[in-house]
Design a protein. Sequence first.
Length: 301
Amino acid sequence: VKTTKREFTILLVGETGVGKTTVLSLIANILEGRTPEQYVDFHAPGNEAGGSQSGSQTKSAQVYEFGSKNGVIVRILDTPGLADTRGLAEDKKHKESIAQEIQRSIATVNAVIILANGTLPRLGASTDYALTTLSSIFPNTLSNNIGIMFTNVGDPLNCNFEEDAIPDILRHAKQFLLDNPVAIQKKFLQQKQKRTLQMAVDQMQKRVQASEVTALDTLNQVFDWLDALVPQPTKEIVYLHGKSQNIEKNIDSALARMTQAAEKDRDLQRIAADLNKAQVVSTYHPSVRLSLELNVANLRT
Ligand SMILES: Nc1nc2c(ncn2[C@@H]2O[C@H](COP(=O)(O)OP(=O)(O)O)[C@@H](O)[C@H]2O)c(=O)[nH]1
Ligand SMILES: [Mg+2]
């Protein structure tokens, strides 16, 4: 990977299963100069919730730092699946966790990369939701620095993603395709063992090598893009997050006030109805009418 900058900080965002951890692993392995036969597993220490493949997820936002032999540092914030299998209820916590992690350990951000599965026609509802959540955390100044990476696809001919499914905030985002050789190498080793699907071993090996070549090309595109970007200070991100929390607080108290007002309104209507009924009676008992009218006048103030 050729680059003029020395340090890169990237936020990685995407649903569980989209390939975030595998991208981390690829970058770590590439920076270490490993070829597919030498790839080692990347473990996010103590930060995987465990369980089955679909249920396995990263618990909280976490920063990983990788160094290359020629002194390039790549810092990646692996964000939790903003809307993963644990449900939307945890999104607020994730948002907190991301903002806190950024505040704690990152001064500037070079880019945000949204991961999406390129074999699917559109983003999951949860990624859509996550993007909405993220747009409250990320300031407008960052919008140039957002990229979208389609995983599970090595070339545009395999990409099923429909252009019109790209949400507005990603409309101008730089796009990348990645069929991750770390995932493919892993599958190759499994298949070599099991041999359930028929494909010659050397054919499979060729397939792994081809995916490595394409992935290296993609990573070069990513770093060329990163090179040209103006890094964004995270002060703004943290400030905006504080602001969005304040807005939420304000909405809460406005809702409370509206509830009170609605209760008052209901009382008022009940009395007005009583008043209507009472009007008949009040021709005989003017004092009743007077007292009801006073009541209504009281409530109106
Ligand atoms: N073929 C292929 N498989 C992938 C790719 N990226 C991830 N996977 C596989 O998808 C599964 C989920 O990936 P993982 O990195 O754990 O997703 P995360 O939940 O976003 O961290 C794993 O079995 C990966 O090996 C890819 O680009 N191509
Ligand atoms: Mg993961």
